[in-house]
Write a protein that binds this ligand. Sequence first.
Ligand code: B12
Length: 208
Amino acid sequence: MDTVTMKEQMIAIAEEETLSEIKRLLTGGAEPLELIEALREAMSVIGERFEKKEYFLSELIMAAEIFNRAVALITPRLKVKEGGEKGAVVIGTVQGDIHYIGKNIVASLLRCEGYAVHDLGEDVKPEAFVEKVKETGAKVVGLSALLTIAFETMKETIDQLKEAGLRDQVKVLVGGAPVDETVAGYCGADAYGKDAAEAVRLVGSYLS
Ligand code: B12
């Protein structure tokens, strides 16, 4: 599958072109996750242009809008696994951070795999994660952050799970573009997942 054109269109923030190219690729049998990964790479280039002041906030907002429309086209093609519910996962973007696109993709993929996903949204307070774990008895918590300043809230969220006496009963996964193994270690997480497929693999290893 050749996603080069689609990526170029996305980077150029060409909405209709990107979306019609996605439709064309899907009709040609493109793998949904490969399309999402290509779009994520394009978003990363857009982010770099923003950092270099070649793009401004308006372009980031437009890019997010295109991404959301693209995901709405792609996600119905994700294969939904049959069978009973496999266990509960609480997920959210931590307090201070409003980036939700990647977190939503992780949540969608986990739902497709049959997990009961409790998505708390974005800018989520540590206490809200604690409450949801108590309420649902979830064994996995996924924390997303795209802002480096949000690493502190990630850590704070895990600390509050500890204080509530819940840390031993949950596995905590962290993810988001700037997150890596070092950040996971700093926050006291169990693992770092680089993308949605990795999130599914990790959750599977914890809830099998
Ligand atoms: C789109 C975007 C926005 C949109 C967000 C729309 C939305 N509501 O989600 C808007 C325009 C609103 C926005 C706002 C801002 N943004 Co912004 N944004 C981006 C951009 C371009 C793309 C992010 C994205 O959606 N990527 C696509 C998704 C699919 O990828 P992903 O999030 O990485 O998710 C994947 C994996 O990481 C993983 N994953 C994600 N979460 C999780 C969770 C778990 C548990 C696991 C296992 C895996 C996992 O799986 C996903 C699928 O593969 C990034 C650039 C970048 N490099 O990412 C900047 C970027 C994150 N933004 C940045 C900034 C600075 C901001 C603003 C502060 C700008 C401003 N001056 O106001 C505000 C933030 C306000 C706030 N309080 O949060 C900086 C952050 C820099 C830093 N060091 O912290 C970046 C890196 C751009 C840059 N290079 O400067 N942004």
